[in-house]
Structure formats: structure tokens, C-alpha cells
Unconditional design. Structure first.
Length: 344
């Protein structure tokens, strides 16, 4: 931990930047509870969730180094707590310059599966490539359209704008190639199928691949369970693949008359089946992608959430998914009966 001499709320002491929080004269301030960092000249105001604000001054010549280290450690911890990081290393980072004297720099961090736009105050924006439907550029201003969500604009990167777009384009191309390989790995007849990362499609949306798509997800060690879900899905089935750090994860969305089930479809150890009280499969699929398919953040009680409490209290999409959650059905001898009762 790097320590700095400073004044904390006017009292001389030291502050130390650690992986989980800021040590302020022996008091640990968790990054996931630090909702705002405001820099005014050489004064730093730290806004804590449900705790008094704290002010750090008198850092002297080490002021810039402290702010940079604080920004990096806090962003890394909160990014994971906000379900915006899947474990892949950061590929590149950019800084969006202040638009006015009252603004603060905004970090833009690029990863293999998406990028984040991270202000010091407020909730970061997550832009998964699987939800990007297009991008338009106007000078140094680039706007990305997201499926089922508002557009996100990145601007004021100056001469690094071209570099940012090149990195994002390269990542998107790599992801598309990985998705094509994942589908081909399920069934060679799916070679050439194009679908976004994490986005499930109905058979009729697969065109010439329709029959092969259904067959690929209906075979293997999970065939009996897939057949059971298909029989219950009066509202239809959707099939997709999510690229996870441990490898591609095939999954299905099975929609009944009032609820929808989310089920992984790989041949490995069966994950639990999650049931949601919605038939809006696109809204549910959007939520799963925005949560990086971290379903624990949906089903755990408030007391069990731990660091993911940050996501539950600050991200509307997490609150919505938790409000729609009905049941988590593990794969035991009573799985079929419980899913039949829940998928109505």
C-alpha cells in the first residue's frame, strides 16, 4: 500500500491506497462505499454511501500521484462490484477531457467484451459489444447505439479518438470471430451463423441455420432437460452463446405464458435454472448481458450480496432483474417438477 502525508478533515495524518479501500489515518474507507470523488483545486472531497463526507488536503507535490492512484484503485474495485468486468485484462484506457472548468476527467476503459465510461461521480456506463447496434462519428464525438438501451457518447479524446475507435473495432472483430467459432464448435452446420455475444435468437431469426440451431441445443448430455423446457415454452425458445472467461456458454431462454426460464445448455456441470416473471425476453436478455451473466447478483438476498450491494442499489437494471426473479431451481431429482410449476 502506498501512503501519503496529508490532512484528513483538517487533522494531520496519512492516507494509503489499497486494493479494497482507502486507509485514512487508520480508518478504512471501502471503494464500493465511496460513491463520489470531487477534486477542487488541491482539495479532495470523498462522498461515502450512508456515512459522513471526508476531505483530504495538504498532499503537496504528491497530489497528482495520489489522485491518479485513487482513481485507478477505486475504478477497478467498483467496476467488478458493478458487474462490469468479466475477468479479462484491460486492453487500453483513455481520458475524456473536461468539457468545462467545473467538469472532471472521465475514464474510458476498453476490454475484450466491451468498454466502460467512468466518471468520478455517478454510475459508469457499460457498453458490451454484444449490445452495440451501430456507431456514428461527428468529429471527436462518437455515439454508440445499444440494443434495448440509450446511446452512449464518447467525446473529447482529442487526437486519440482514432486510436480509441481502432481498438474498439478490433475488439468487436475478434469477438465476432470468437462467436462464429463457438457456434461452429456446437455443430459444424452452424459455421457462418452470426449472432451477438450473449444475445439469444429465435429459430426463425437464424434463417438457413434454423434446423441446425435447434438440433445443436437439443443434443448432448442435456438433451432431456432441453426437451422438457421446449415442451413448456408456449411462448417460444431462444438460443444464444455467451463468451465467458472459462469458455463459451451456450444458453436458452424458454418463455411460458407468464414467465421465462434461463438455462445454460453446455455439456458440463449443470447450472441452476432461473425463472423470471416476465415474457419480455429481449428485456431479460439485455439485463443478463448488462450483468455479465452474474446471476448470483439476482438471486442472493440483500444480506448475502456483499460487494454486489453496490450494483443492487445503484443500477436500475439490477433492481429490475431482482424484482422479476421468481425461482432458482437446482438440477436434482425434483428439477422437472419444480420447473413445470414455475414456468407457467
Amino acid at each position: 500500500m502506498t501512503t501519503y502525508s496529508a490532512h484528513i478533515d483538517g487533522v494531520p495524518g496519512t492516507v494509503g491506497v489499497g486494493p479494497h479501500g482507502l486507509d485514512a489515518a487508520g480508518r478504512t474507507l471501502s471503494w464500493v462505499e465511496m460513491d463520489g470523488v470531487a477534486v477542487r483545486g488541491h482539495v479532495i472531497d470523498l462522498t461515502m454511501h450512508d456515512a459522513p463526507r471526508l476531505t483530504v488536503t495538504r498532499l503537496g507535490s504528491r497530489f497528482d500521484a495520489f489522485v491518479a492512484e485513487l482513481d485507478e484503485a477505486r475504478a477497478r474495485a467498483r467496476r467488478a462490484a458493478l458487474l462490469q468486468w468479466t475477468g479479462t485484462p484491460e486492453i487500453s484506457a483513455f481520458v475524456q477531457s473536461p468539457g468545462s472548468p467545473d467538469d472532471a476527467p472521465v475514464g474510458v476503459h476498453v476490454f475484450a467484451d466491451g468498454f466502460t465510461v467512468e466518471p468520478r461521480i455517478g454510475v459508469p456506463e457499460l457498453v458490451p459489444y454484444g449490445l452495440v447496434t451501430g456507431a456514428t462519428r461527428d468529429g471527436y464525438r462518437v455515439t454508440f447505439q445499444r440494443r434495448g438501451d440509450s446511446a452512449v457518447t464518447v467525446s473529447r479524446l482529442g487526437p486519440r479518438t482514432d486510436e480509441f475507435l481502432a481498438v474498439v473495432d478490433r475488439c468487436r472483430a475478434h469477438e465476432s470471430a470468437a462467436m462464429a467459432a463457438a457456434f461452429a464448435g456446437l455443430d459444424e452446420r452452424l459455421s457462418g451463423l452470426a449472432a451477438p455475444n450473449g444475445w439469444a435468437i429465435a429459430p426463425e431469426q437464424a434463417g438457413a441455420f434454423r434446423g441446425a440451431l435447434v438440433d445443436a441445443f437439443s443434443a448432448g448430455s442435456r438433451a432431456e432437460e432441453m426437451a422438457h423446457l421446449t415442451g413448456l415454452a408456449r411462448g417460444g425458445m431462444r438460443y444464444g452463446v455467451s463468451l465467458q472467461p472459462e469458455g463459451p456458454m451456450p444458453f436458452v431462454l424458454a418463455t411460458g405464458r407468464t414467465t421465462t426460464a434461463v438455462e445454460s445448455a453446455d455439456d458440463g456441470e449443470a447450472r441452476a435454472t432461473y425463472i423470471f416473471s416476465t415474457t419480455n425476453t429481449e428485456a431479460l436478455n439485455h439485463a443478463l448481458i448488462m450483468l455479465s451473466f452474474r446471476r448470483e447478483a439476482i438471486h442472493l438476498s440483500a444480506a448475502e450480496l456483499g460487494r454486489w450491494t453496490l450494483a443492487a442499489r445503484t443500477l436500475p437494471i439490477v433492481a429490475w432483474a431482482r424484482s422479476m426473479f421468481v425461482a432458482r431451481v437446482v438440477h436434482d431429482d425434483s428439477w422437472a417438477d419444480k420447473v413445470t410449476a414455475a414456468l407457467r
